[in-house]
Design a protein around this ligand. Structure first.
Ligand code: UGA
Length: 620
């Protein structure tokens, strides 16, 4: 099990001098501490294990988040937003990413993120709006931010290892080690170091050893506080988490550190939801949570294959099974298999951990979760080819959705990529792609990078893969449309769906039950006013200050016709218009079950579109 090793000091010194470090010179900031705000007063459900140390309780005034990606960026933003008295800084080795965090077009497209960044970064009209970033000197930023912090989050990526020992399963700790190394060099004695990245069980030992090797005799406290946010709902997940996990060592100092972090979260998270554990449990619980989610999806996807073969209806089966409270209804939606950079990686990490511990049968069990996932998308691709008479030659295939799930611009680890690869082998005329949330340039880049990386499995002279920024152009003259991301724009816009969408988004604040508004109240009011005005962005409370401009090379500014909050389509897709311009026979392969209800599928049939849906026999 690699992370529990005890590498020698010189290895880290070498690494520090030669390898690129994640925290390299670039940072973005929360605004200067603003006026103290009222916070929810919560019943003390979190019984502090260290109440006897209350006198020595440490309060956190300065946080540095190393890594400003999908986890670090939103986490730093929400912590800054909810704790105006704490200075929060995020640093990253990617200068362009930091430039974008400090501009109008953020590097991540998450609903609600931009509003939160505007307040946390720029200040609001009601409070001080001084942005210390303006005065920052970039070449010493990382060093200084770490050195000044009372608490440092490590939120760098920990992907699956691509080569070497454990390739394809073990966790690649390169960026994580580099971050720890940087912290070891610059952090003050007594700094609390928090693992936010998903790491293998016992990684805290590696952190401890590295810090001890660099700074013998200096005390640091190491906590594990994994993040459970999901792409597309990151802000909601951060604002209303099911739980916040804080793993600490059972020493007085470890417990005091855990309390200090708990206080940061308690600004908006009920204490009862802040769970204290030991460090190894917190590290393992994160990986297991993702593995169990993945296992659930592979289980239901395996049943979708049986439904397609027997005539049972997967939605009816899911409703029946999910209504058993012990099973639960969430995370049971069948599809083309899970994508994204987390579920598969974490199952594989569990496989590797079990193997390293000599638990072959455990490893084998979890490995099947991944292979079932791969077979699911392969089955979907083969169904497309089979329905189109086993030949795609001369046919245009349109793929609606590229990101691994709706409401995200994250183009990595998309299951669609495997589908494209399989279909391209059939020599179609063209594969067209449209995703309302993704920048076409980013999609193109990801496809090209994948082709280059997997040279053996991509045909050199296959058909063109064209990325469109207009859904109707993408679908024009198409023989078959595949829905691979559950974007609501793709749903049929008959009334039943509009109502469902509206009500699922509505949020009723209970503002006037309190004397003073909390930040959560203000967020609720903001969301509610946006919904009433039916616009997805804006400043209904008029509290935003001017945003910083983008850099000249901002990829979003180059994209004509996009809106600042992301790449959302202006309106729902008009299927009548699409069907009119499709080639006959018109095929629609619904890989996400969003056209699935019978009445919707039959309306599609009235447009002359044959629908083939996951977990259901075709409607021909
Ligand atoms: C996942 C976990 O859900 C988060 O709790 C965790 O914090 C995160 O990984 C992480 O470790 O960072 P994420 O991968 O962003 O979040 O997104 P999910 O909502 O889990 O979706 C993963 C995949 O499963 C997507 O491709 C999605 O389309 C698919 N899915 C999800 C289904 O096919 N059916 C479902 O019912 C739910």
């Amino acid at each position: 099990m690699p992370p529990a090793g005890h590498p020698d000091e010189s290895m880290y010194q070498d690494m520090a001098s030669s390898s690129p470090t994640t925290p390299d010179d670039h940072s973005f900031f929360s605004s200067a501490p603003r006026a103290e705000r009222q916070v929810d007063h919560i019943s003390p459900g979190y019984s502090s294990p260290s109440s006897q140390f209350a006198d020595a309780h440490r309060s956190v005034r300065n946080i540095c988040c190393v890594g400003a990606g999908y986890v670090g960026g939103p986490t730093a933003t929400v912590i800054a937003y909810q704790n105006p008295h704490i200075r929060v800084t995020a640093v990253d080795r990617d200068a362009q990413r930091i430039r974008r965090w400090n501009s109008r077009h953020l590097p991540i497209n998450e609903p609600g993120l931009r509003d939160m960044v505007r307040i946390a970064r720029d200040g609001s009209k009601g409070f001080s709006s001084a942005n210390e970033a303006d005065g920052g000197s970039l070449d010493v930023e990382t060093e200084r931010c770490i050195a000044e912090a009372d608490l440092v989050f490590i939120a760098v990526n920990t992907p699956t290892k691509g080569s070497g020992v454990g390739a394809g399963a073990a966790t690649d700790m390169t960026a994580f080690e580099a971050a720890v190394c940087e912290i070891a060099r610059h952090a003050r004695a007594g700094t609390i170091v928090v693992e936010k990245s998903t790491v293998p069980c016992r990684t805290a030992q590696l952190v401890q050893d590295m810090l001890a090797a660099h700074r013998p005799g200096v005390r640091f406290d190491i906590l594990s506080s994994p993040e459970f946010l999901a792409a597309g709902t990151a802000i909601q997940d951060l604002l209303r988490p099911d739980r916040v996990l804080i793993g600490s060592s059972p020493t007085p100092s470890g417990r005091r550190a855990a309390d200090a972090l708990a206080d940061v979260y308690a600004a908006w998270v009920p204490r009862a939801r802040i769970i204290g554990t030991n460090v190894w449990s917190a590290e393992l619980a994160k990986v297991v949570a993702n593995a169990m989610l993945a296992q659930r999806l592979s289980s239901i996807n395996s049943i979708s294959a049986i439904c397609e073969a027997t005539g049972a209806d997967i939605d009816e089966v899911v409703a029946a099974v999910g209504s058993d409270a012990r099973v639960g209804a969430r995370f049971l939606k069948p599809g083309i298999g899970f994508g994204g950079s987390c579920l598969k990686k974490d199952v594989l990490s569990l496989v590797y951990l079990a193997e390293s511990l000599g638990l072959g049968h455990v490893a084998e069990y979890w490995r099947h979760v991944v292979s079932m996932n791969e077979q699911q998308r392969d089955r979907f691709s083969r169904r497309v080819v089979r329905c189109l008479n086993n030949t795609l030659v001369g046919k245009k295939i349109t793929i609606l959705g590229f990101a691994f799930k709706a409401n995200t611009s994250d183009v990595r680890e998309s299951p669609t990529m495997d589908i494209i690869r399989t279909l391209r082998d059939e020599n179609p005329l063209e594969i067209a792609i449209f995703d309302p949330c993704c920048n076409p340039a980013a999609v193109r880049q990801e496809i090209e990078a994948t082709m280059k990386r997997d040279q053996n499995t991509w045909k050199a002279n296959g058909c063109p893969v064209i990325i469109y920024s207009d859904v109707y152009e993408a679908c024009a003259a198409s023989n078959a449309i595949l829905i691979t991301t559950e974007c609501y724009e793709f749903k049929i816009t008959w009334q039943a769906y509009s109502i469902e969408r509206e009500s699922s988004k509505r949020f009723y604040p209970t503002l006037f039950a309190r004397r003073k508004l909390t930040e959560m109240d203000i967020i609720a009011l903001h969301e509610s006013l946006l919904q009433l005005s039916k616009c997805e962005e804006g400043d209904p409370l008029r509290r935003f200050v001017e945003e910083p401009l983008c850099a000249e090379d901002c990829p979003d500014c180059e994209l004509v016709g996009t809106r600042a909050g992301g790449y959302r389509a202006e309106a729902d897709v008009d299927w009548r218009k699409i069907s009119h311009h499709m080639k006959k026979p018109r095929w629609l392969f619904d890989g996400k079950g969003i056209i699935a209800p019978k009445e919707i599928a039959s309306k599609m049939a009235s447009l002359g579109i044959h629908v083939e849906s996951i977990g259901r026999q075709g409607n021909l």
